[in-house]
Design a protein around this ligand. Structure first.
Ligand SMILES: [Zn+2]
Length: 136
């Protein structure tokens, strides 16, 4: 359905961008047509380098975070899940599948446009609790 195709199209564009090592003009146009304002916000996020990857050692667990204006958002990429309200309400309404954090994270991951932080496994629970907190 529409939700799937949105995701599939994003994946296809990401594959192309990864092969090229950049977002081409055509990629940008397609992404904007696909996501509109959500892509504009995702692009801002990427330009401001707000996608972070946390690598926990020694387990090797990874967690993706998108730093937002008021809080950080936790992205579960396998589940294509985000902790933002936008994601929560829109998915409940079945309006759209991907929030701009997920769009930004996918592009960042494919183009290596992210910062990596290494943390000790001992901090995993503490940080996860912090990231999972609902919006105040
Ligand atoms: Zn989100």
């Amino acid at each position: 359905m529409a939700e799937n195709s949105e995701n599939e199209m994003l994946n296809a564009i990401c594959r192309e961008a990864k092969a090229e090592g950049k977002l081409s003009g055509k990629n940008l146009t397609n992404l904007y047509e696909l996501f509109g304002q959500r892509f504009t916000k995702a692009l801002e996020t990427l330009k401001e380098n707000r996608v972070k990857k946390y690598l926990f050692k020694p387990s090797g667990r990874t967690v993706w975070i998108v730093v937002g204006l008021e809080r950080d958002y936790l992205i579960m990429c396998q589940a294509e899940f985000c902790t933002c309200d936008d994601f929560y309400f829109r998915v409940l309404d079945r309006k759209v599948h991907l929030c701009y954090h997920l769009i930004a994270q996918k592009i960042a991951r494919n183009l290596a446009w992210y910062e990596t932080f290494e943390e000790n496994d001992e901090l995993y629970e503490t940080l996860m609790n912090e990231w999972k907190k609902p919006t105040p």
